[in-house]
Design a protein around this ligand. Sequence first.
Ligand code: DAH
Length: 339
Amino acid sequence: MLDQLEKLREEALQALDTIQDEASLQSWAAQFIGKKGAVTQALRGMGQLPKEERPAFGKLANDVKVTLEAAYAEREAMLEAQRLAHDLEEGEIDITLPGRTLERGRLHPATQTLRRFYRIWGDMGFQVYRSRDVETDEMNFTMLNMPPHHPARDMQDTFYTTEPNIILRTHTSAGQIRAMRELGENGTQPIRVILPGMCYRYEQITARSEVQFHQVEGLVIGRNIRMSDLKGTITEFARRMFGAETQVRFRASYFPFTEPSMEVDVSSADERLTKGTGWLEIAGCGMVHPVVLRNGGYDPSVWSGFAFGMGPERITMQRHDIRDIRMFWGNDLRFLKQF
Ligand code: DAH
């Protein structure tokens, strides 16, 4: 019986040595080491042996099984290696070809600047309030102390729609009244928000002006909010945005919805940007006009606030030396890939 097992092993190993393809390898496995293979059969037949022969037989049968399984695995690996080498030689895979590079997407430069704004204002305790692009004349102008025929309306050329009184917002200030009414709870709650978004103006498109651009509006309402709060807040923002050494300058200005109103300049070493003045304009701002507070639901004898508006595209242009605002929405990949 033991001889027979030895013979089986010899025979199987010899057969395996001649195998050159996967299909024959599988049928070899079925014949010798599979569930119905010769080794399994032999082990099954062990019961018929006299008791004293069983241990030796069992041991040898197991031994044969282990040898054959190992030989099988080795042959399989060898065939696989041969197949690969063959493929390479036949040129089915040219390993000298350069790989395909994956194109990485990136954020639009305006988005990058907006996200810096969100980060800085967020760190300073401001929440984002999203208002709408399509607005009413009332929200964009009248409620902001610019009734019909007010000359200040001329400062912002407007896209009108065929719907009466429905326009595209010309500035994010249009969201101020909505924020006050929604968050103020009838003039009882303080507010500290920024209102980012796209604005639209019916203007000649030039290197310096586009028909669409972002603004980031800020609005703070509370009791005892003063001009010093406005100046301190804007100054802190400017230092975080442009660097700790940045100087900030406030110039008297006019906006219908703030009183007093100011424009904000930051110091800059870039001669070309500042046209030699050393100052760069970054924002309009002021103390919220009592009429606007009242329109938002607040009693101006108790509540006060400040507001500001900034143009992130302008700031992006300054940071990256972009000289033509039309690049932003031109979808020219050569431009966008630089950021
Ligand atoms: N809305 C103004 C503009 O588009 C910018 C602005 C100025 C916003 C002063 C403000 C502000 O909130 O207080 O030119």
